[in-house]
Design a protein. Structure first.
Length: 180
């Protein structure tokens, strides 16, 4: 299997130079908005990332709390963000290292008890309590697995979502209710 057809280093070179020249430009604010879906349907939502105007992704309540099961739930979206970040990071690192990937599989799973979300008592946690993410990669000419191991270590180190979940992040959330 051939190596990446994209020269990631060439793409990143001017970006890195720009950040070195003006470090203040490196900090970015990601923004996603919601609240535009049909307000008469409490089981479905739409969110739009500011980085891709006009593109939306749908999510819904999980069937375990009364959802229909026709779209991913927010927990699925969280796991998808982890899988996507892990894969993008792995592919970009492999391209930078000149390593051709023959096979790649990433599986993320989470443990969640819906009784907390259903307000069935204080003994039940509301959020996800454990996440497992397993990545398997096969690369050519690596019988001992040394290059694959180096690749996985680098990808694990630079995955934004994995690092965020592992180290935690301050969350400032508020809900404001206005009279109509």
């Amino acid at each position: 299997m051939p190596a990446s057809r994209v020269d990631v280093r060439a793409i990143q070179r001017p970006i890195r130079e720009g950040y070195n020249a003006d470090p203040a430009t490196a900090v970015r604010r990601l923004r996603v908005t919601g609240g535009t879906a049909d307000l008469t349907d409490p089981l479905h939502v739409e969110s739009e990332p500011a980085s891709v105007p006009g593109w939306t992704f749908r999510a819904g309540a999980h069937p375990a709390v009364g959802g229909v099961g026709d779209v991913p739930c927010s927990g699925d979206v969280l796991l998808a963000a982890l899988v996507a970040c892990q894969e993008i990071t792995l592919r970009m690192v492999s391209a930078n290292m000149g390593i051709a990937i023959e096979h790649l599989e990433i599986v993320a799973e989470a443990d969640w008890d819906p009784r907390g979300t259903l307000a069935m008592g204080r003994d039940y946690p509301i959020g996800i309590r454990a996440i497992t993410c397993r990545t398997t990669v096969t690369i050519s000419d690596d019988e001992r697995g040394e290059r694959a191991e180096r690749l996985l270590r680098s990808a694990e180190r630079y995955c934004v979502v994995l690092d965020t979940l592992r180290t935690g992040v301050e969350v400032d959330a508020s809900i404001e209710v206005r009279a109509g």
